[in-house]
Ligand binder design. Structure first.
Ligand SMILES: NC(=O)c1ccc[n+]([C@@H]2O[C@H](COP(=O)([O-])OP(=O)(O)OC[C@H]3O[C@@H](n4cnc5c(N)ncnc54)[C@H](O)[C@@H]3O)[C@@H](O)[C@H]2O)c1
Length: 263
């Protein structure tokens, strides 16, 4: 059965991969990409699917509640995959207000718009939307980050501490460091305005679940890298600088580890 799904931030790095995946994998779904096209959004990322009949792009700001609510009603949206965000930590240090606005108020605006529409069309006491061929369960899927948990300490199994010396550059130093992991139960400990704003948005999503019973999912993924990533982020920045023989900016030596997965 077809579904009507909004993907926010679909012109960005991860969002464009998600949009492409859904458009190609689910030809009977209507995929609506909602993106403000900030400096980080680029429709060139989606050139290969822009003419597909099950794809539509809508330029909108997620903080604009009236526009978002009207769109959700007009398109009879039964699922939201929410990726739109201000996502670069360094920018959040210079301009925390924009991060609070987009990541917190924008998420709240989407949640409230979805809740009002779904309450008006779902079977009373359920979050199942009536369709011609049966009921479809509504879902709000919020993409967050592991940065809400802070950082993992470098805890090499043999207790070896960085910085690495020539003497210490044995093969054991190239093993994965650390025996700690983040769990869903790990305490929230954001350290930057970016992660604080994402943590706050996670709390709002959980509050909508706990207060109204709204079907929500929060995922806290580690860093990603890959095609279409804006070149200000660490791995594309370093790759570009190495290719053009430019210096690699490292601001602070930290005994912390971060994981990155490829999109
Ligand atoms: N990149 C990572 O390593 C990583 C890791 C974990 C979680 N995340 C999360 O995944 C999501 C996507 O990250 P990304 O790296 O693709 O980000 P990105 O910066 O590449 O893309 C963000 C997109 O959101 C859009 N956007 C920004 N403000 C908006 C607004 N007010 N209204 C509508 N659209 C707006 C931008 O135009 C852009 O297309 C974010 O929520 C981020 O917090 C990213």
């Amino acid at each position: 059965m077809g579904r009507n799904i909004i993907i926010t931030g679909g012109a960005g790095f991860i969002g464009s991969h998600v949009v492409r995946l859904f458009v190609n994998k689910y030809p009977d779904y209507n995929i609506i990409n909602v993106d403000k096209l900030t400096y980080a959004g680029n429709l060139e990322n989606l050139k290969d699917i822009e003419d597909k009949p099950n794809y539509k792009f809508v330029k909108a700001d997620i903080c604009d509640f009236d526009t978002i609510y009207k769109l959700i009603c007009d398109e009879q949206v039964d699922g939201i995959i929410h990726l739109a965000a201000e996502s670069h930590v360094d920018r959040s240090i210079k301009d925390p207000f924009t991060f609070a606005k987009t990541n917190v108020i924008g998420t709240l605006s989407l949640l409230q718009a979805a809740k009002l529409y779904w309450e008006s069309v779902c079977e009373p006491g359920t979050w199942n939307m009536k369709h011609e061929n049966g009921a479809v369960p509504c879902r709000f899927y919020h993409i967050s980050t592991d940065e809400v948990y802070g950082a993992l300490k470098m805890t090499h199994p043999e207790g070896i501490e960085p910085p690495f010396t020539t003497k210490a550059s044995s093969s054991s130093h190239h093993e994965a460091y650390g025996k700690d992991f983040f769990y869903e139960t790990t305490k929230y400990q954001p350290h930057s305005p970016y992660s604080a704003s994402k943590a706050s948005s996670d709390h709002f999503v959980r509050a909508f679940h706990d207060t109204y019973g709204m079907p929500t999912i929060v995922t806290n993924c580690s860093n990603n890298y890959g095609p279409y990533q804006f070149p200000e982020k660490l791995i594309p920045l370093f790759t570009n600088n190495i290719r053009h023989k430019k210096p690699l900016p490292v601001w602070k030596r930290r005994k912390r580890k971060r994981l990155a997965i490829c999109c």
